[in-house]
Structure formats: structure tokens, C-alpha cells
Design a protein around this ligand. Sequence first.
Ligand code: MOS
Length: 703
Amino acid sequence: MTTEGLVRPDGPAKLTGAARYAADVPAESALAAALVSATVPNGRLAELDAAEARDCPGVAAVLTRADLPTLAELPSPPLGYPALPLQAEEIHYEGEPIAIVLAETLEQAQYAASRVRATYTGVREPIAFGEAEDVVPHSGHVLGGTDEEKGDAGAGLAEAHVTVTATYTTADRHHSPIEPSATLAWWEGEQLVLHSSVQSVAVAQQTMAALFSLPPEHVRVVCPFTGGGFGAKGYVWPHLPLAAAAAKVSGRPVRLVMTRAQMFTLSGHQPATRQTVSLGATRDGRLTALRHDSVNASGRAVDYLENTTHSSTWLYASPAIETRMRVQRVDRPGPTPMRAPHEGPGMFALESAMDELAYELGIDPVELRLRNEPDVDPMTGLPFSSRRLVECLREGAERFGWAERSPEPRSMREGNDLVGWGVAAATMDTFRAPSSAKVRIGADGRIVVETGMQEIGTGLPAMVQAVVAETLGCDPGDVEVRHGDSGFPPHAGTMGSMSAMGLGSAVQAAAREVLAKLDGRQGQPLAGLLAESGLTELEAEGRWSPEEDALAAGRSARYSMHTYGAIFAEVRVDADFGVVRLSRAVTRYAAGRILNPLAAHSQLTGGFAWGYGQALLEHSDVDPVLGRFVSKNLAGYLLPANADLPDLDAAFVEDDDRFANPLGAKGIGELGAVGVAAAIANAVFHATGRRVRNLPIRLATVL
Ligand code: MOS
């Protein structure tokens, strides 16, 4: 594909170190903070002995529960983790903060934190995933998700010529952004100022205002750059309220930076899932029933629902579809969305089951998917706003050379390598949320855009430049993008693959407004137009929101609105050792109009790397006795490196979704992480004849 497009204007600042991240912001007389964390997964704090820590050099204070203000209840649906730190004697998870040490330097704070002694009472054996009762998740969560049903799946399975039922599991995974979460907090009278590494200054502002019972305009959150988020920085986690509370109590600015280990307990994770899929089909490969049940692990204090089964309601035509989701409350920290949430784990199960069905039927797995392409949304009957899954499958198969595949497992050996080809579909829900931006033209023709948007590495400033340049007919280099301040026009957040839609449309509206005010046309020199109007500066604000929809879930109420893709993978499995190498992959995606091909292509390759990690490397195991994640570091938690990744041909097919927003664009980032694991597992089956239903794929399962 063409990878032409705009290079990111924020690139040089990031590469040279000029970009300032939350922990780098200078603050005179700031205290460094270190957290003391619970070493048990449940029970209650009995005694906390901070005497020795208070006497350590440089220590200004050791704050315990008694020293901190009582925070208000979080707004519902929760935008943050409901079990707030240091608000109760109860321990909700191993790693929960129980004290905060403030000192003149970070080293002094960390040393003193190591001298705090805690004892606990009522500690019982931790409950692990698989041991607890399933519960129905509460329905008020912002991400929603419910059981869905159409037709009679039991009857559909009974009358099917061929059925497949299998259980699949996915592992707990951690986001591991390069930049750990951090907050620098200070108070100016009743005003709270926060420099914090977040994916949404708007969410942080609203949540912190609620917690501290302040009007939102009394909270300013600044975050021009976020060093990776992937969902770990979408909600408000303990570092925000703790830094703010400590600053209030101490009367000095407080800087609180998470350690790498704390990133494994204090900013969420993708929870393990156990999913059972049943498919029934006629002999010619038409589905008669689709049933998808899912349970995910959640913390004891939160019912986080990994919305795994939702995509099974729109992907394939079937007269009967039944989905069911439950959670298990176990002893561990609260989960949170992680790229790609929901469809990421869910589509591993569905797309593996489709592959199993293809073998049972003796039908090519690409052909099986084509035969079950629906005309309208199978669950709701709504029309698709745009759907190009067939084009993705056909073009991907063509480029991959799928027609050369010999269908039998273990039939494509090359030397000592068992070669396997696998395919899977990808899809993501299209979340949309309101956004706004200001566009200002100066006398020199320079254009400044201001928005509360977070740049988390996905390339949004270049996208803004592209939209302004397209709308005004100007040079993208003339557009300066300022972002990441709650004082700028609000943006919902850089999460859920929704920013290009909302922000892009808001920027387009603002730029159009500028032209209208100047009575100008696209491509006319702006400085000249401004002078003619007798102005030295002109500003317009644009807003966009998915107006016809109930915003609660951000989904369209009139159209079945999603993105699609197809993944083709070639693996080579060492016949003696079972080592799986991904040698080649072709991916094709449909995600509306592509605003900046260069950045979009990067998102696809980055997303593919996430899928590779899910398939072959990532798992955060929980110690069954201690009830804690075992490897809280990047030595024990494996992530893919460039050398792991194959020759990848990633591209988009033509698409344009005029129902999604005025730009015709849809979300990209998370889509690229969906379906990869299933394609790889399906390729492993083709290579070896071993069906892997548990992620990550391990040598022991393949051999
Ligand atoms: Mo994404 S998991 O909404 O950062």
C-alpha cells in the first residue's frame, strides 16, 4: 500500500528529548512521593508502623489513612477504579497503596517506604480465576455489554448437520507503556493543578473534581504527551488522587511516579477469559446457530466486564445467536480495557471455532466465512453503515496466495519445518464520542489548532494537520497543533479508537467556520483574506458529536457500524522442538476513509505486534498462594521485539463511511490487534494438526 502521508510534527521533539512528559515538569519545592503497598491480597490492615520511616533522612511526612481527606464517591458509571486507595482498612488486592512517603528526593522517599512495617489480619487464601462463582456484571459500566439473543440456538444446534463446541482461554495481560504513569500535583488555593500521564485530560478533570468535591473548572489537567497508554491511562488510577491529596496535606507540590512493578497492579490489566463457542451448520456451510459464552476474571471490588461476545452478534449470518457474559470476582486488582479490548479476546474464540467448523465441514475457511456474510446486522436487523469484510478476505487471500494452500494439516512440510497457513476475520465496534477544537488564523497566515486531545503515540497531531490542510487547501506545515490541556476545547479522550472521528470532524467544522467567516474559498491565501476583512486574527470553534445516538455506549442506534479486517498468517513450526515462527502475514482492513495513510499503516503494524504478543508471548500469571501477579517487570513479562515480527503486508481496502461522521473515517488503532491470534493459532493447526485453544501458544501444547 502507499505509505505516503504526513510525518508526525511531534516526532522531532520526542526523538530529541524536548517533549515534556508529566514526570519531567519542573516544580519548585516539589516533594517526591513513594507508595507503600499491601503485600497481601485481602484481609485488613492491622497496624502500620511508620516511626522508623519518619526518622529517615529527607522525609517530610509519611501519610496514612488517618492523614488523608475522605474522598467523595466516584460518579457512576465509574470513570475510575471504585476501590479508592487509603480510604478503608480493607485490602482489596495485593499492591494496594497503604501509605505514602514524602521526601526531598525520590531515593529518600523510596528508602523510607521500605522501612514502613505493616501487619494484617483476616487474610485468607486468595480465590483464583476458575474457583469463584460467576456473577452478572452490573449494567451501569460505561462500556456496557449485555447478554443478547435471537432465535432458538438450542434448536439450531439440534438440527445442524455439523456442530462444533469448544472452550478457549486467553491470559491476563498488562499494557506496559514505556512511560510509567505519573502525576505532579499542586494546589493554588482551591484550584488543583495536575500534570499527569493520561489518555484523557477530560476524564481526569471530571473524575478528580468529583472526588475532591470541586467544580470541574477548579481542576486543570495538563498532558501534552503520553508515552503510551493502550488503555492503562484511560481511567483515573490511584496516583492521581494520592498525589493531589498528599499535595493538599503537605502544602507543597507532590510528584508521584509509578515504578514498573506498580504498573502491574495500579493501572489495570486485560483480564483472563474463558469462552465457550458452539456453532451449528448445514452440510454446505451455512450457520444454523451461534452460541458464545464468556466469563472473565475481575477484582473483588469491581465488576469489570470484558465484552467478548458482542462481536459475535454481527459478524456472521445465523438464524439463531445467543451470547452470555459473566464475571468472576477474584483476589486481584481491577482490570481495565487494553488494546484491543473486548473483540481482542472475543474474536480469538469465535475465529478459532470458525476454523474448527471449516475442517469439520471440509470447506475452505475463507469460503466458509464468505458463505455466512450477512445482508443486515444478524442480531438487530439494522443496515450496515459500511461493511467490506468480503473485500478484505478476497484481497488478502489474493495477495497471500491462499489458493495454493493444501487443505490437509501437516501437508506443507519444508525440511524440518511444518508449514501452516491460517486465516481469521477481524472486527471492532465503532465507538464515537464528542470532541471540539479551536482553529485560529494569524496575520502571517499561520494556523493554530487547540484541543484537549491527548497525543499517546498514535499520530493525532498529523491527522489534525491533514484535516485542516484538506479543508482550507493550505500547507499542512502551516498548521500548529496544541493539545493536552483541560483549558483547551474538550475532547472525550484518546481511547476506543475514536479520536480521528470526533476530533477530525470537530477540526473540519472549525476550519469550515473560519472560511465562512472570511467569505473565503478553499485554497485562497488566508493571510490575504484576513487583511481584506481588516482583521489581524480570526478564531472559530468546531464541535462534533454523534448526534443521532444515545451516547451512553457511543454506538449508532440506526446503523450497524463497525470496522473489519482479514488476517492471513504463515507459520513455520520446528518439527522437533515445537518452536513457532511467524514467517509471513498479509492483512487487509476496512476502516472508513483513511485520513493519513502513513500513520494509519503504522497503527496496523503496531496493532499486529499486539496480536502477536497475545498469540505467542504475553501472560501475567498469578501466584495461587500469594494472590499476586508473579512477574512485575519486563524481564518476566514477554513482549514481541521487531525481530519476532514477520514480513508483513498490511493495507486498507477502499472504504468510506458517511454515516459514521462527516469525514467518512472510522477507528484504526485497536482493529489491527484483533484476529491476529486466531489466524496464528489456525495456522499452527494447519501446520501441526494440534488445535491450540489456550493463549499464549506454548511449546508444550504444540508438540
Ligand atoms: Mo484503548 S484499550 O481504549 O486505549
